[in-house]
Design a protein around this ligand. Structure first.
Ligand code: DX5
Ligand code: ZN
Length: 221
């Protein structure tokens, strides 16, 4: 299990020290929610902020784009230091092209599906995926409740990936907490994004341990 804390719930006034605190607490990933006020109602940050914070962080930068016109910005996110770029299937009619370009730019490529988007959206692009990203809330805001149907969706994606011989990993984002961690992992997710259920419970090293203990329950079931 990899826990990727969503910086949407971090202190925006102190992102540099938040990143340092995550690293010190033993986290390996950081999740960046990029929002443009068009694809989702909320607005956050863009490549210049990520690029500046990349300088002093050794964390794996997992960048979740909730923006329209994303093809315009792929190179900028690569230049900013994104390790993984997750794009929404709903935000482009040129998903194949977008994924190829993401990989050509040296980033891992992931596709996110909104709760209402069917698993079949992945069928023709499986070989271009390093990761499938299941939105378990409607994107835009932290602190929403987990949509229970997401579990079944994760299972169906896991079986699609297996039947295609794909090594793509499954990441889940929205309403994730220690209580639903075991069932998410059992369903086939490997990477969990957590915003409010992580940042609202410092110290971070201890909170990571709570998630890891919950993950341990999945493996002993
Ligand atoms: C929502 C974002 C999430 C958000 C999750 O659009 O993609 O990453 O920060 O927050 P929680 O964990 O609070 O649901
Ligand atoms: Zn996210």
């Amino acid at each position: 299990m990899i826990l990727s804390p969503s910086l949407l719930s971090a202190d925006f006034g102190n992102l540099e020290s938040e990143l340092a605190a995550l690293e010190q607490a033993g986290l390996r990933w950081a999740h960046w929610d990029v929002m443009d006020g068009m694809f989702v109602p909320n607005i956050t940050f863009g490549p210049p902020v990520i690029k500046r914070l990349r300088r002093n962080s050794g964390l794996f930068f997992d960048v979740h784009l909730m923006i329209r016109a994303l093809q315009r910005y792929l190179a900028e996110f690569a230049d900013a230091g994104a390790d993984l770029l997750v794009v929404h299937a709903e935000s482009t009619v040129h998903l194949d092209r977008t994924l190829r370009e993401t990989r050509r730019l040296g980033m891992q490529a992931g596709v996110a599906l909104n709760p209402s988007t069917p698993v079949s959206a992945l069928e023709n692009i499986v070989e271009l995926l390093d990761l499938v990203f299941v939105m378990s809330v409607n994107p835009g805001f932290g602190g929403q409740s987990f949509i229970p149907q997401s579990l079944n969706k994760i299972r169906r994606i896991a079986s699609l990936l297996q039947s295609c011989g794909s090594k793509a990993r499954i990441q889940v984002d929205g309403g994730v907490d220690p209580a639903n961690t075991p069932e998410l992992l059992l369903a086939g997710a490997e990477i969990l994004v957590s915003g409010s259920a992580f940042f609202n419970f410092p110290p971070y090293a201890e909170r990571l341990r709570v998630f890891q203990d919950a993950a341990g329950h999945a493996s002993t079931r």
